[in-house]
Design a protein around this ligand. Structure first.
Ligand code: GDP
Ligand code: MG
Length: 792
């Protein structure tokens, strides 16, 4: 018999990257190492798997492939890591892959230990976890979060047979390997919280890939029930699954479910409760049988680490760093390590492959073997045909139409958010104005009245005005995500974002950033990768938000007579340029990204439900009000107080702000801003603008005209600026100063609301970084511009 490896070595291989559209090939191996390779293997790029090249993105990169019936986008550079061969080349035999299951017996656990029954929802992204969660709990959820990780889970409660049970919606994940933040989160959650049962949701239309995760969960020795979700689609597709046989082959209970209309949900919960009750006695767990050699190793090593589950023991053999961490405290840690290393060598020698591929192959072999018996594909469907739900891609990712359609959709979303949102925003402003006026009339003059009217009510107004925009925007984002279009948008623009080291998914938050940074920063949640998310968050403030526009309009109108539009546009472009440079620098240095993120799934299009969208919208609105509003409110009051104190009798508003702490600070920083061409009045405006960028103009109004309600259109303010002179008789402003000032307003300190959002999404450390970074960049750019322009 020819050695397996020889067969592989004799196979003529090519790189997936070079395959033409329409070609179907067979995977031989994935090159490289580490997280990216692991992710590809786990997505099904195992030996012998068939891949079809479906389509190039409109900008030629990335490329859409079909593997295991799911659509996946890979960049050319990544596809070049996959060695393939002709689809019917015979180079490996897959027959002996299914070895059945092994049973392990574990002592019973008392599930009521802490009086809380907990069921964790685990499954691939987009398999319907959130739909099931909302269906079961009525979405009265609480958002949970591990410190420092922006991936979060939701907790909700439901009642069954008089018992109260907590359901936890964990982030979607393809595997539990702890490479991505989601995997880390789910793994840590299971380890720390010991859920009483795991409800593993799988997409019934994509069992091969989905059940891979199931094989990992099985090894954790926690009672598990599999919900075969999207059963409605399964029935429509004409495929037939013998559930009873499948359950037996896998050794796991399986229940068909249609999460979005609630079919079968009760049954699956009942099954989970039964599994919990049974686990109180001694329970038998079913695991993948990896064959004699590996099973013997697992047994031997398992006896050396009696506290660890089978999953972790296998990971130790795989030389997984996280698993090795867990045995550090153990007396025999060194011995375990050495034994595991020996075992690994033995296994690798025997299978003639590396351990990660061996284990992934075996798991996939197990799943494939079981499916071969229990699943009958619709005989009417031609092989290689894409599944239903993808037909809209002919239009939406079409080579010529994709970009125009994307732009129109984005424009619609933008308009709805910022133009439609402007109406409720105005009502809120008017309403708050009325309340302020009413209180102003009712209360005697004095500090308390000023605090309430200008500080608190003004501050509350500053918080509430964002709410309509946030609600509208997240309604749209939820529709885009649920329908599956978000992944397409990323697919279409990935090439552009790749230039600056980011993922296509960053595109939408950036776009929103031109309207307002707060919802833009909140929208970065759609990015799975934390590093990408942070780079995006930190660069969003450079997208010039609409609040900065009044200041530009005032300055452009006052100091530039020709080419006003061009001047304005140059400011926006400089913002984009600085963002791009920052993103490049960050992703090359402190925020180097791991490559797993680029393997993106393109889910089939589905009809989004109004219910999910509404729930999503409210939960975002609530998050905003609860977490950020407090910070924004407190900070607005502080800024108000700095401009209000100390009080002196009989001052004009102009003198008041000049002599306030804010005025003193403005004067104190004058030497720092003088090299940029600024005087202390501009310094003060910049400082008050920290609360919100609109305030820059109104502060200039107070300082130059004594009117607090100045806008960019007031002619008096424009004239005052044009004629303002320094002590030596020179004009304070000229086009150079004005442009330098605009650059500074564009780039410096994002407003308090944006900082609160940054703190919430990225953490305090990054918020502090952002304060210094943006202000530093602003100073430097204005300085260089001003000094160079003066020389010319
Ligand atoms: P998650 O990413 O796992 O939380 O998945 P979601 O709950 O967000 O669902 C992803 C998409 O699948 C949404 O468009 C849902 O409306 C849809 N969906 C969820 N459950 C079902 C189902 O049982 N049948 C069908 N046809 N679609 C579903
Ligand atoms: Mg979800």
């Amino acid at each position: 018999m020819i050695n397996k490896q020889d067969k592989i070595n004799n196979t003529h291989t090519r790189l997936l990257d070079n395959e033409p559209v329409g070609m179907t090939v067979q995977v031989v191996r994935v090159m490289g190492d580490g997280a990216f390779r692991q992710r590809l293997l786990e997505m099904g790029f195992v030996r012998g798997a068939q891949v079809t090249v479906l389509k190039n993105a409109p900008l030629k990169d990335p490329v859409e492939y079909m593997i295991l019936g799911s659509h996946i986008s890979l960049r050319h550079s990544e596809a070049a890591q996959v060695e393939v061969t002709d689809k019917d080349a015979e180079f490996c035999d897959m027959e002996d892959a299914y070895n059945g299951i092994v049973e392990t017996t574990v002592a019973g656990v008392d599930p009521m230990e802490d009086n809380v029954l907990r069921i964790a929802l685990i499954g691939n992204p987009n398999c319907g976890k959130t739909s099931l969660f909302n269906c079961v709990t009525g979405a009265k959820e609480k958002v949970g979060n591990y410190g420092g990780v922006t991936v979060d889970s939701k907790e909700g409660w439901f009642n069954i047979d008089g018992r109260k049970v907590q359901l936890v919606d964990l982030p979607g994940t393809y595997s539990l390997t702890e490479y991505s933040p989601e995997e880390m989160y789910v793994r840590t959650y299971i380890r720390d919280n010991h859920p009483d049962a795991i409800l593993n949701i799988v997409d019934a239309g994509n069992l091969e890939r989905n059940l891979y995760l199931t094989t990992q969960i099985m090894d954790m020795n926690i009672p598990m029930v599999v919900a075969l979700n999207m059963w409605d689609e399964m029935e429509k597709s004409g495929d037939h699954l013998d559930i009873e046989m499948m359950s037996r082959l896998l050794g796991a209970r399986m229940v068909p479910v249609t999460a979005y209309n609630g079919h079968g949900v009760k049954d699956v919960l009942k099954a989970a409760m039964e599994a919990i009750d049974e686990s109180e006695q001694e329970t038998r767990h079913h695991n993948v049988n990896y064959g004699t050699l590996i099973e013997d190793c697992l047994k031997e090593l398992g006896e050396m680490c009696p506290t660890l589950d089978r999953y972790t023991v296998l990971k130790i053999i795989e030389n997984d760093q996280h698993a090795l961490e867990l045995i550090k405290g153990q007396d025999n840690a060194e011995q375990v390590r050495v034994t595991a290393a020996e075992m690994r060598q033995r296994i690798e020698r025997d299978y003639n492959d590396d351990i990660v591929s061996i284990v992934t192959d075996l798991k996939y072999g197990f799943v494939r073997g079981a499916l071969a018996e229990a699943l009958t594909a619709n005989p009417d469907r031609a092989t290689g045909e894409t599944k239903p739900g993808y037909s809209m891609d002919r239009l939406l990712t079409n080579r010529w139409l994709a970009l125009p359609i994307l732009l129109v959709l984005m424009w619609l979303m933008f308009e709805a958010t910022f133009t439609l949102g402007a109406y409720p925003q105005e009502w809120i402003e008017t309403g708050i104005g009325w309340i302020g006026e009413w209180i102003g009339k009712a209360m005697p003059d004095g500090i308390l009245k000023d605090l309430i009217v200008d500080g608190i009510i003004g501050g509350v107004g500053g918080v509430l005005v964002f709410l309509p925009q946030i609600l509208i925007l997240f309604f749209f984002i939820s529709l885009l995500e649920d329908s599956g279009y978000m992944a397409r948008a990323a697919f279409i623009v990935d090439r552009i974002m790749h230039r600056v080291g980011l993922h296509g998914k960053s595109f939408i938050p950036y776009l929103i950033g031109f309207g307002c940074g707060v919802p833009a920063i909140m929208a970065t949640r759609t990015l799975e990768n934390r590093r990408d998310r942070i780079v995006t968050i930190l660069t969003i403030p450079f997208m010039s938000c609409s609040a900065r526009l009044p200041a530009y309009l005032l300055l452009v109108a006052a100091f530039f007579t020709a080419k006003q539009g061009l001047i304005l546009m140059s400011i926006y472009l400089i913002g984009i340029l600085v963002a791009a440079l920052t993103a490049i620098i960050l992703s090359k240095t402190i925020l180097k990204h791991d490559k797993t993120q680029f393997v993106m799934e393109l889910p089939p299009y589905r009809k989004p439900t109004a219910r999910n969208a509404t729930i999503h919208m409210w939960s975002k609105g609530k998050q905003y009000l609860q977490k950020m509003a407090t910070i924004i409110l407190a900070a607005s009051i502080i800024v108000w107080a700095l401009g209000y104190f100390p009080r002196h009798e009989g001052q004009t508003p102009q003198e008041q702000i000049e002599n306030s702490y804010m005025g003193m600070m403005g004067k104190a920083i004058e030497p720092v801003v003088a090299p940029l061409g600024f005087n202390w009045q501009m310094g003060v405006s910049v400082l008050t603008g920290a609360a919100a960028k609109e305030i820059v103009v109104s502060t200039m109004g107070v300082l130059y005209t004594g009117e607090s309600d100045a806008t960019e259109e007031s002619t008096s303010l424009k004239e005052k600026l044009q004629t303002a002179t320094k002590a030596n008789g020179e004009h304070v402003f000229d086009p150079i100063v004005a442009y330098s000032f605009m650059l500074f307003i564009l780039l410096y300190f994002p407003c308090i609301a944006a900082l609160a959002a940054i703190r919430r999404e990225a953490g305090t450390k990054w918020m502090v970084f952002e304060i210094f970074y943006t202000t530093g960049v602003a100073w430097l750019v204005s300085f260089i511009f001003y000094q160079v322009a003066r020389l010319l």
